[in-house]
Design a protein around this ligand. Structure first.
Ligand SMILES: [Zn+2]
Ligand SMILES: [Zn+2]
Length: 370
């Protein structure tokens, strides 16, 4: 059973047990999100004695809402993790940005297939609007997010979910569109539907939710939404795979292509993913062995633990990048990259797959940058 708290809204309601007026609510279920037509309603008690007496009746509902609240916190943490990583690891050279109606234009040269392009800090100063900044940060990041988030998601959700899937969907309803390319180049006609990766999770208590950490690129800033309402944004579910499929299978595809900037970007991302996974397991060990303990406590406790975690994560990303770009490390990686490309060029299957991927990119993202 949880504590009693007045929450942020000190309105008076009748104690559910003795009917006397009170502003105190059960903190266990306080602040859980609504689920379709099942709103999250606070339960008021005047005293701990009344709460205790009513517990057998409230327990089931409270636990259900607690799981919802943990999921909502997990989704916000996962989204923030993606933002923190992306803000230090862009590979696009964005020189300017402007908004026309519902389209955000990120202007900059297309990547040169023959060159390598190091991950650099995202040019946040180009964005006055924080929402547009978030959208730009996660532009084409949905697959990468599934890769970076894999171990974080697994640790956060395993106790509350009975099922976690990585879902590839076609998004047809956009709140916003992003276009990347040279400022005065051809305006690309953006396709009606765009591929996108999200999590579909089933809570142990039965509710089905979508976690969309990179939805901001389509104008969806809330990382959690019921699966039913998420379905209104998409036309089809193209693939459903177990958690980890993208991390362990799809992620390595671009390393098979005979294009230098892709292979080198891939080698760098792989290295960063591994160092973050190692860092997470050390962090978890240092903090009592359970990462999902971070989701517990009052809203204020959660916010402060989350922010401290994100601060340490950012510092670690920075440190890892500094090490990765030391001359000796670059030389070592360049050798590996050259060897991989030579192998890829000699392999007709790899060349064919790349051609298929190039066509997919053009149709899926409206960006013929390869
Ligand atoms: Zn009472
Ligand atoms: Zn409760």
């Amino acid at each position: 059973m949880s504590n009693l708290n007045e929450g942020t809204n000190p309105e008076l309601q009748a104690c559910i047990h003795c009917r006397c007026p009170t502003a105190k609510r059960c903190t266990g279920c306080l602040g859980a999100p609504d689920y379709d037509d099942k709103p999250s309603v606070s339960t008021f008690y005047c005293s701990f004695a009344c709460q205790k007496a009513d517990w057998p009746g409230h327990r089931t509902e409270c636990r259900k809402l607690q799981a919802r609240k943990s999921l909502s916190r997990a989704a916000s943490l996962l989204q923030d993790i993606v933002y923190k990583i992306r803000v230090q690891t862009t590979t696009l050279e964005i020189k300017s940005a402007h908004v026309e109606g519902m389209t955000v234009y990120l202007n900059g040269p297309l990547p040169n297939p023959l060159c390598t392009q190091q991950m650099t800090p995202f040019p946040t100063h180009l964005f006055k609007d924080q929402a547009i900044l978030k959208s730009a940060l996660v532009y084409t990041a949905c697959m990468e997010a599934m890769v970076f988030l894999y171990s974080f998601t697994k640790e956060l959700l395993r106790d509350i979910c009975s099922e976690i899937k990585e879902i590839t969907v076609s998004v047809i309803k956009h709140g916003l569109r992003i276009c990347f390319g040279p400022a005065h180049g051809l305006k690309v006609n953006m396709p009606q539907s765009m591929y996108h990766n999200v999590y579909k999770v089933v809570l142990k208590q039965g509710e089905v939710w979508a976690i969309d950490p990179t939805g901001a690129q389509f104008g969806y800033y809330e990382p959690l939404c019921s699966w039913k309402s998420f379905q209104q944004r998409i036309s089809t579910v193209d693939r459903a795979n177990e958690l980890g499929y993208i991390r362990h299978k799809v992620f390595y595809n671009s390393a098979k292509y005979p294009v230098k900037f892709m292979v080198s970007k891939q080698a760098e991302k792989e290295e960063l993913v591994k160092t973050l996974e190692d860092w997470l397991s050390v962090w978890v060990t240092l903090h009592g062995g359970k990462f999902n303990a971070i989701l517990q406590g009052t809203e204020a406790t959660f916010e402060s633990t989350k922010n401290e975690f994100l601060k340490q994560l950012s510092a670690h990303v920075k440190k890892s990048l500094a090490r990765m770009y030391m001359p000796a490390e670059i030389a070592k990686r360049t050798e590996e990259v050259e060897a991989r490309i030579a192998q890829n060029q000699a392999d007709p299957i790899s060349r064919n797959e790349f051609e298929g991927f190039r066509k997919f990119l053009v149709s899926a993202m409206g960006n013929p940058s390869l």
